[in-house]
Design a protein around this ligand. Structure first.
Ligand SMILES: NC(=O)c1ccc[n+]([C@@H]2O[C@H](COP(=O)([O-])OP(=O)(O)OC[C@H]3O[C@@H](n4cnc5c(N)ncnc54)[C@H](O)[C@@H]3O)[C@@H](O)[C@H]2O)c1
Ligand SMILES: [Zn+2]
Ligand SMILES: [Zn+2]
Length: 389
């Protein structure tokens, strides 16, 4: 089959690789009908995620049709149409029983590698490094899906791929970024980034009762999409984010600050960000956490910082003194996708949201490598790429 494979920094290629096979009785194989490129894939593309190997199949936002079923699988049969969450979860461990699916204790076969880095291993993820399982990803024609009775959700006929495929990751991710933060009705939510994850966080904030949503970026078409979602916006290149947020909230600061940017933040000319960039370029830093610092400084006292943005390692110069003395709460994590899929599928079915609004590029799988560059460089008004194998 054809699949997009990682070959190093800024080097994705479409390779011919062996078709996946059933390896465990709980697996299914799906023929992929739609799959996407995510901001998280950019961290692989830009060489920020450790433990990638040349030839690794990437991609973690797939959907398709079940074509083979392992002998222990009960919930799926050949011909079912499913969306697959990027988090692989056993469904049986303490964490899965508590719906903390991205913390599954058993799905990462390379748990030792993760433990050495993080103290404990989170769940295995599709197409996202050897430390997180070394599972072949879903930017391919076919995919092996482990734990098939726990992950994939069946899609009723009549809903096109474009409306439901983002249940695999970015819609639940934007939703959880708000939902697990104990937001109160009427709260002001500030969201750093206007990428796809942030776009869903904006819409989820409204669904969950926000009083005001403010979104921050510098890419005009992304700011425009945020405004279409009824957010007020700040262009960080033109205005000082802290000053503007204080002006907008009369010095109080937003109640909930969401970092939907993660480890590759741009600095808008700030000194801390210039230092991050210099250190990262010579391997002395693992992440560029400018947004996290800014969110901590802007958040109102006793407010909450929500971090859906991905970080990889040890972060530099985090204003922990400010966070502690202001009494902030931190919420973060890879998304517990399985927990949110049924609720969010229902919102799509009832017409409360049509997630396809975020798609700007729909292209053949073969054009994937070029699309990585377009997406990373924010060219051609690119916000979300959907691939058709
Ligand atoms: N927690 C999870 O499970 C999960 C799931 C999916 C994605 N993610 C992460 O969420 C983040 C966003 O993903 P995406 O697909 O939207 O990515 P993206 O790269 O398309 O969007 C990031 C946006 O942040 C903006 N940005 C950069 N610096 C900024 C700054 N200083 N202030 C404000 N905005 C700034 C960029 O211009 C861009 O529009 C990534 O880190 C991704 O890895 C996490
Ligand atoms: Zn993703
Ligand atoms: Zn588990």
């Amino acid at each position: 089959m054809r699949a997009i494979c990682w070959h190093g920094k800024s080097d994705m290629r479409v390779d011919t690789v062996p078709d996946p096979k059933i390896e465990a009785p709980g697996d299914v194989i799906i023929k992929i009908t739609t799959t996407c490129i995510c901001g998280s894939d950019l961290h692989l593309y830009d060489g920020y995620m450790p433990t990638m190997k040349a030839g690794d199949i990437v991609g973690h936002e797939p959907m398709g049709e079940v074509v083979e079923v392992g002998k222990d699988v009960k919930k799926l049969k050949k011909g079912d149409r499913v969306v697959v969450p990027f988090t692989l979860s056993c469904g049986k461990c303490w964490f899965c029983e508590h719906q903390l699916y991205s913390c599954c204790d058993t799905s990462n076969p390379n748990a030792e590698l993760a433990r050495a880095q993080m103290g404990h291993s989170p769940a295995g993820l599709l197409g996202y490094s050897h430390m997180l399982g070394g599972f072949p990803g879903g930017q391919a024609e076919y995919l092996r899906v482990p734990y098939a009775d726990v992950g994939p959700i069946k899609i009723p006929d009549g809903l096109p791929d474009e409306k439901v495929v983002f249940l695999s990751d970015i819609f639940p991710t934007g939703y959880m970024a708000i939902e697990h933060c104990n937001m109160q009705p009427g709260d002001t939510v500030a969201i750093w980034g206007c990428g796809p994850v942030a776009q869903f966080a904006i819409r989820s904030a409204w669904m969950l009762g926000a009083g005001r949503v403010i979104a921050i970026d510098w890419v005009p078409e992304r700011l425009k999409m945020a405004q279409d979602g009824k957010a007020e916006t700040i262009n960080f290149e033109k205005e000082k984010v802290y000053d503007k947020l204080m002006e907008m909230t009369k010095g109080r600061g937003p109640d909930l600050c969401v970092d939907a940017v993660g480890m590759e933040a741009h600095g808008g000319g700030s000194i801390d960000a210039a230092l991050d960039k210099a250190k990262a370029s010579v391997g002395l830093a693992t992440d560029r956490p400018h947004v996290l610092r800014e969110a901590i400084m802007c958040c109102r006292k006793a407010g909450t910082i929500s971090v859906p943005g991905v970080y990889a390692g040890l972060l530099d110069k985090i204003p922990m003194g400010a966070a502690m003395n202001k009494g902030l709460t931190f919420k973060m994590g890879q998304t517990h996708v399985q927990k949110y899929m049924p609720t969010l599928l229902n919102k799509i079915e009832t017409g409360a949201i049509d997630p396809s609004f975020v798609i700007t590029h729909k292209i053949p799988l073969e054009e994937g490598p070029a699309a990585y560059k377009t997406f990373r460089d924010k060219k051609d008004n690119c916000i979300k790429v959907v691939l058709k194998p």
